[in-house]
Design a binder for this molecule. Sequence first.
Ligand SMILES: Cc1cc2nc3c(=O)[nH]c(=O)nc-3n(C[C@H](O)[C@H](O)[C@H](O)COP(=O)(O)OP(=O)(O)OC[C@H]3O[C@@H](n4cnc5c(N)ncnc54)[C@H](O)[C@@H]3O)c2cc1C
Length: 466
Amino acid sequence: MDTAVKQSFITEPARQIPQLLETDVIVVGGGTTGPFAAISAARQGKRVVLIERFGSLGGNLTLGLNTKPSGALVGGLPLEIWNLARSVGGAGPDYMAVVKNGGVKIASPCDPETMKMLLTRLCAEAGVQILFETVVSTPLMEGNTVAGVIIENKSGRQFIRGKVVIDCSADADIAVRAGAPFVMGSGGDAKTMQPVSMYFTMDHVDLVKLAAWSRTTDDVPARAIPDTEEGLAYGLWLTGFNKSLRKFQEDTGIKLQRDNITLKTADGRMYVNATRVTNVDVFDPVQFTNAVIECYRQIEGVARYLKERIPGFENARIEAIAPVLGVRETRHVIGEYTLTGEDSVKGPTFEDSIAADASALDIHDPKGADVDFQGLKPYEIPYRCLLPMQIEQLLVAGRCISADHDAHARSRNMPACMATGQAAGIAASVAIDEGVNVRKVSVAKVQEKLRALGMPLHGEEVKGTM
Ligand SMILES: Cc1cc2nc3c(=O)[nH]c(=O)nc-3n(C[C@H](O)[C@H](O)[C@H](O)COP(=O)(O)OP(=O)(O)OC[C@H]3O[C@@H](n4cnc5c(N)ncnc54)[C@H](O)[C@@H]3O)c2cc1C
C-alpha cells in the first residue's frame, strides 16, 4: 500500500465525554517505567491511576521478552523488585559480562511472567488503581497545564482528572500531544533512530552443551558463561556469532539483517535477540506492521540457523514470539536539560541528580551496522531531564526523557528507565505535598526521599559495576 497518496479527511462530530476518576497522579503506560512511578507515588500516600493499553504490566521488560537490565540495579525500588524476584526463583544472581572494553555488571534477567505478577502485586499493595486495556488518547489541557488525560477503552471515551501526569508511554505520546518540543532520533526521521527488533524464546536447548561450545569458539566474543550447571538457568549471555551467521546466509541464501546476535537465558529458556528492521517510522501503522511481518520472516531464519549450526540447539523449538514489536528509539522530549552523549560517558556531577545509573552503552547502528555494547563508569541523570519545556504539571520518564541520541544509548536501558520512573513518582508526590508545580518542586526534598529508598544519586557512590 502506498502511504504517500493524497490524504482525504473527515470531521469527527464534537461530543461530551464523562469523567471516570479524579486522582493525584496519573501514570501513562504500565511498561518498564510506569509501575515504578506509580508504586513510588502511591507509597508516598498519593492516589495514583496507572493506565496501560495492554492487559499486563512490564512493557518491553515482560511482554517484549527483553527481561535483562543491561547494567546493575544499584538501589531503590528497582533493586527491591529484583530481589523479590530472586526470592521466588524469578531471577538469578547478577553477573559480570565480558565485553569489548572489559567487563560490565549485568543484573540477572528475570522470568517475565514472575515479573508481571510482582509488578501487579506491588501496585495493588500500594493502592494503585490500574486501568488495563485502556489507551490514553490525549491530554486534557487547561492553557499549557496538563489537567488530566482522555482515555479510550471498551466503554468508549472518558476522562480522568489529575494533579500531575507522568508520561511513561516510551514514545512521549502525551507530552507531544500537549505541545512539548521533541526530536526524533538524532534529529531527523526514522533513518536516524536505532532499529526495531522482535524477541523470541526457544526451549529444549541443551545449555550445558551450548556453554561448553561457547568456551571454545572465538565467534562469541562478548559473553558471560557460568561455571555451574545451575548458574546456566539465568546466567548464560552470548553475543556475537558473526562468522557463522554470515556463512549460514551464504550457504542458504536466507538474508538476515544482523551479523551480531544475542542469546541469554532466563529460567532455563533461551531468549533470542536477533531480528532487525532499520528505517521504520513506527508511527505509520503500515510501516509498523510491515516491520512485524519482516521480524516474523527473520525469526524463522534465525531459528533454523541456531538449530542447524549451533551446538545445543539440535532439539530446540520456538516457544514464544513477543506479542509486541521492540522499539528502541523514537521521540526524545526536550526538557529543561538535555543529557548529552558526553555527559553519559564522562559522568559529571549534577546538583539535581535523581539517579546514578550504571547501564552499559548499547547502541544499534541506525543504518544496520554492528552493535556497540560497552561498560562505562556510572553517570548521573538530572531531574531537569524529566521536565518538558513549555508544559506544566507533566513529567516524562523512561526512554523518552530529555537525552540526545548518544546519551539515550545508556538512558534507554532498563535500569535507567526504572530509576527515572521512581524519581518521577517521588517528585510528583513531593510537589503535591508542597502545593507547587513539579517545575518548582524542592529537588533537595525529592533527593532526600530517594536516598531514603536506598537510591544512589552520584556516580562515585556506585562501585563494582565494571
Ligand atoms: C529489542 C530490544 C532489546 C533491548 N534490550 C535491552 C537490554 O538487553 N537491556 C536493557 O536494559 N534494555 C534493553 N532495551 C531497552 C529497554 O528495554 C527499553 O528502552 C525500555 O524497556 C523502555 O521502557 P519504557 O517504560 O520507556 O517503555 P515500555 O517498556 O515500552 O513501556 C511503555 C508502556 O506504555 C504503554 N503505552 C504506550 N502508549 C500508551 C498509551 N497511549 N496509552 C496507554 N498505554 C500506553 C505500552 O503498552 C507499554 O506497556 C531493549 C529494547 C529493545 C526494543
